[in-house]
Design a protein around this ligand. Structure first.
Ligand code: ZN
Length: 197
């Protein structure tokens, strides 16, 4: 039986959806609508599963991000501890690292991306409290990846043009195949309808 909560999950937009390229606007105020969106995004993040999700990935061009970089760490078992970040911004970047990244909006692909090794981030939470956090490793990468989404930037925009084009072509072919399979079934249905008339 289908769970009604699962059925209500918001869809994650996928490359090359143009809505992923939009620059998001700052959140003006925290209201019920924003709280509901953040809750929905947390559900989607755990369901996919992912460790972060930005509002533009569910079609909302506002500067809102949810993250939980540790919940799937079974060895330490910290459980779910979702973090909601409103208007996050990177105050400082330091050092360099290369990380293999993937993205819920970029299906079937991973690539090495060069990022700052350490970042200091400032954001506001749902209660209106301002936070400043210094992060490194995975957490630093996740902050940079998610904040990029708010500026319409995907991790594949930060790899070589050659690798990006290879992926874009592969993705186009996959989507074309999906489209071709769709109308083919419709034709079959139309034909059988004709036969019966
Ligand atoms: Zn992403």
């Amino acid at each position: 039986m289908l769970d009604s909560a699962a059925m209500a999950l918001r869809e994650v937009l996928q490359f090359p959806d143009p809505r992923l390229k939009r620059k998001s606007v700052p959140v003006g105020r925290v209201d019920d609508e924003l709280r509901a969106l953040a809750a929905d995004m947390i559900d989607v993040m755990y369901d996919e599963p992912g460790i972060g999700l930005a509002a533009p990935q569910v079609g909302q061009a506002i500067r809102l991000v949810v993250m939980d970089t540790e919940w799937n760490d079974e060895e330490n078992g910290p459980g779910k501890n979702p973090m909601v970040m409103i208007n996050p911004e990177i105050l400082e970047r330091d050092g360099e690292l290369t990380w293999t990244e993937g993205c819920l909006s970029v299906p079937d692909f991973q690539a090495e991306v060069e990022r700052a090794a350490r970042v200091t981030v400032r954001y506001t939470d749902l209660e209106g409290n301002e936070h400043t956090e210094a992060a490194e490793e995975l957490r630093a990468v996740c902050f940079q990846h998610e904040i990029d989404h708010l500026d319409g930037v995907l991790f594949i925009d930060r790899i070589s043009r050659l690798k990006r084009n290879l992926y874009a072509n592969k993705r186009k072919k996959a989507l074309k195949l999906e489209q071709e399979e769709g109308p083919a079934r419709n034709t079959a249905v139309a034909e059988s309808a004709q036969d019966s008339s």
